[in-house]
Design a protein around this ligand. Structure first.
Ligand SMILES: NC(=O)c1ccc[n+]([C@@H]2O[C@H](COP(=O)([O-])OP(=O)(O)OC[C@H]3O[C@@H](n4cnc5c(N)ncnc54)[C@H](OP(=O)(O)O)[C@@H]3O)[C@@H](O)[C@H]2O)c1
Length: 337
């Protein structure tokens, strides 16, 4: 990571959203992947005055955005006709098929045009994308984001960018539209992906530790709401403790904002990167098993924060709450609450 911390670019941290981009900064951009995150990102690109053409595997998800001014592309190629294309896809497999597959982004983007990849993907795939884009004379910026779908909808994401300086400058109007701040991590795209993965490892660690602490005090009869209020107004006064403390306490894990299989994917990618770099991460190994437990008990459709209820199940709180149910059903119904 050549120059981590040496460049910190603030897109416009306190500027009001919905300001239209200056005319000369309006970019003709394709956007591929209109899931929980992509939909909000496109809405903010449109609000900022960019000309957005959208493509999604399931076209129905584009309807609301077309009403807001987006054009619909009926193929990946048709989304690659502008100055840039942004992708916000689920995982490595989706990015490989959309970008590197037949009739994909690589085959259709003009030389000199830009691909901004915001999906949380592996370090290895990011490196491969850098190589393939360079071969075609295209520019590539990795720009993964921090923030859940409500933050994306508000245009308040934190963007972690990696790429050649000129490419990042070209991408800046797009990154400004989707986020409140852009941190330029490195001129090597994959460094931004590693930073994103490390952040999700920390997020999952917080969820697990909060789940254990809440079980401990909860089983002792201490009011969990008061307990969280105490924590988050003192030493743990950070958005991540507030967001996930409230989610774990409420047990409202559906519909998911960040689905459990995506969380499991991220821990898998953290461990893959750690293995390559020969960095033991025992806590990440534990989190891997937590996600597998959640998925094995029917948690596919839940938010990733549902791993934070597993500690309650381990502590027998599920049995106390649902003493009439068999143990396995009790554990499942507890995480599904
Ligand atoms: N949700 C969060 O809080 C959050 C926060 C930061 C980063 N992220 C990352 O952002 C990315 C998107 O997350 P999300 O929550 O928006 O996910 P999502 O709601 O599941 O959306 C995934 C998108 O990928 C598309 N897709 C999946 N597999 C595909 C395939 N094989 N071929 C073509 N398209 C495919 C989906 O198309 P369909 O609509 O056709 O299914 C959809 O547009 C992920 O990498 C995630 O880790 C998520």
């Amino acid at each position: 990571m050549d120059d981590l911390g040496s460049v910190l670019e603030n897109a416009r941290s306190d500027a009001p959203k919905n300001r239209r981009a200056a005319k000369d900064k309006s970019i003709k951009v394709g956007f591929i992947g209109l899931g929980h995150m992509g939909a909000g990102m496109v809405a903010n690109l449109l609000k900022s005055g960019h000309q957005v053409t959208v493509y999604n595997r399931t076209p129905a998800k584009a309807e609301a955005l077309i009403a807001q001014g987006a054009k619909l592309a009926d193929s990946v190629a048709a989304a690659c006709v502008g100055d840039a294309v942004m992708t916000m896809l689920a995982n490595d497999e989706a990015v490989e098929s959309i970008v590197l597959g037949r009739d994909g982004v690589i085959g259709n983007l003009s030389p000199g045009a830009l691909h901004v990849s915001s999906s949380t993907i592996s370090v290895a795939l990011s490196e491969r994308l850098s190589v393939e884009h360079a071969r075609k004379g295209q520019r590539f910026v990795a720009a993964p984001v921090f923030g859940r779908p409500d933050v994306a909808a508000a245009g308040r994401l934190f963007v972690v960018a990696g790429g050649e300086r000129a490419a990042i400058e070209a991408a800046a109007p797009l990154l400004e539209a989707i986020g409140q701040k852009t941190f330029v991590i490195s001129n090597t795209p994959k460094a931004a992906n590693l930073v994103k993965l490390s952040g999700n490892f920390l997020g999952a660690s917080v969820i697990e530790s909060l789940g254990e602490a809440l079980s401990l005090v909860g089983k002792a009869g201490i009011d969990q709401e008061q307990y969280l209020e105490f924590l988050t107004s003192t030493l743990f006064d950070a958005p991540i403790y507030k967001t996930y403390g409230a989610l774990i306490r409420s047990g409202r894990f559906a519909p998911p904002g960040f689905a459990a299989p995506l969380g499991q994917k991220d821990i898998r990618l953290v461990l893959a990167a750690a293995e390559d770099l020969r960095v033991p991460m025992p806590l990440a190994s534990l989190l891997r098993d937590r996600f597998l437990t959640l998925l094995a008990h029917g948690g596919e459709g839940l938010d990733w924060s549902a791993i934070g209820r597993l500690a309650a199940s381990d502590a027998g709180i599920a049995e106390i709450e649902r003493s009439r149910l068999p143990v396995s059903s009790a554990a499942l119904s507890t995480v599904q609450r």
